[in-house]
Design a protein around this ligand. Structure first.
Ligand code: CMP
Length: 139
């Protein structure tokens, strides 16, 4: 199913090292429209809820600890075919496998610290967007 929006997070490693601006620039250049945006610092428990689907996987504990280690930038992005097009823009989860020129190839430092998150389905995009944004924060 095609979706006209996706949900994304600029992860703590990228925010901490000053990559928020360059990443937003790439998102903008690719034609995505920012429908909602804010900076938040998740608690461990909030990160666990967000990544609930991965609970039980070997990387879960490290992932939620990392995602709650500092501020992140959360956003809803509008674009035709947003989910697939955004996943192309960010590249593979493992930066070693990401295509040249993708956000993760440029800014990720590892599979865990892979600079950005992008929703993998329409259902998850809706769920993830609702987790962070109320109706009056979305345009
Ligand atoms: P993200 O798009 O945020 O969705 C789930 C996250 O789990 C993923 O990006 C990675 O940061 C992380 N992840 C997935 N697989 C692994 C792995 N094998 N080792 C460490 N982290 C992983």
């Amino acid at each position: 199913m095609q979706s006209d929006f996706t949900f994304s997070i600029i992860k703590p490693n990228a925010v901490r090292t000053g990559k928020t601006g360059p990443i937003l620039s790439m998102i903008n250049e690719a034609g995505f429209e920012i429908s909602a945006i804010k900076m938040v610092k998740m608690t461990l428990s909030q990160a666990e809820t967000f990544y609930e689907v991965h609970r039980g996987r070997p990387f879960f504990e490290g992932l939620v600890e990392f995602m709650s280690s500092g501020p992140v930038v959360v956003m809803i992005l509008r674009h035709e075919n947003a989910i697939d097009d955004f996943r192309k823009l960010i590249g593979a989860t493992d930066p070693a496998k990401a295509e040249p020129g993708t956000i993760r190839k440029i800014f990720a430092v590892s599979v865990q610290m892979n600079a950005v998150h992008g929703s993998d389905s329409f259902e998850n995009a809706a769920k993830e967007a609702d987790y962070f944004f109320s109706g009056i924060e979305r345009f």
